[in-house]
Write a protein that binds this ligand. Structure first.
Ligand code: 5GP
Length: 196
């Protein structure tokens, strides 16, 4: 029995990437996925951005100084990273690699540039592009969040257009006009992909 167990090939986990425009509802979708599929693992990114009042340290993000971030880049501790909205954002590598080796599927909630970087290195990853029903809906969601000035919202809206133009590079585009439906659609796809 022991011999058979040790000869069994250990299944590697998959990377599930949730990305798309700022304000498209990626965070809500990830939270719902985690609630409904508790065997998934959510990666926590590291950022140089200041925490928002509603955010929790080491849960929403690992909030670090620019020096610390750049040191992590130098030490090759990030799976991917990008600089946008005047801040750095990156995915700590060790946690993700350990989880994948452990057979866990890991969710990354990252921007388009980061998603495409990851896909290059992990071709097996599953990329979801989350779309908001309209530009107006995106704007209203960012405004409602109340964490950015009008000027910063406009910067995010401009970047959103660039991100939207890249959605054809994704495995799946999910319209987030209804969170429950969008999440159900993702879960259906994940179940199918797991069975392959
Ligand atoms: P926010 O400042 O609204 O939390 O995030 C801004 C953007 O950064 C979002 O599109 C978010 O998905 C992206 N982001 C968050 N974490 C990471 C990361 O680790 N890597 C990359 N490339 N983008 C990230």
């Amino acid at each position: 029995m022991e011999i058979i167990q040790s000869m069994e090939e250990k299944k590697q986990g998959k990377l599930i990437i949730i990305s798309g425009p700022s304000g498209a509802g990626k965070g809500t979708i990830c939270a719902e996925l985690m609630r409904l599929m508790p065997d998934l693992v959510l990666s926590c990114s590291v950022t140089t951005r200041a925490p928002r009042p509603t955010e929790r340290r080491d849960r929403s993000y690992f909030f670090v100084s620019e020096d610390t971030f750049l040191d992590m880049v130098r030490k090759n501790e990030l799976l991917e990273y990008d600089q946008h909205f005047e801040n750095y954002y990156g995915t700590p590598k060790k946690f993700v690699v350990d989880m994948l080796n452990f057979g866990k599927d890991v969710i990354l909630e990252i921007d388009v540039k980061g998603a495409l970087q990851v896909k290059q290195n992990y071709q097996d990853s599953i990329l979801f592009f989350i779309e908001a029903p309209s530009e107006q809906a995106l704007y209203e969601r960012l405004k409602k969040r109340g964490s950015e000035s009008e000027e910063k919202i406009q910067i995010r809206m401009a970047r959103n257009k660039l991100e939207l133009a890249q959605r054809y590079k994704y495995d799946y585009c999910i319209m987030n006009d209804d969170v429950d439906r969008a999440v159900a659609e993702i879960i259906e796809i994940l179940k199918e992909r797991r069975n392959k």
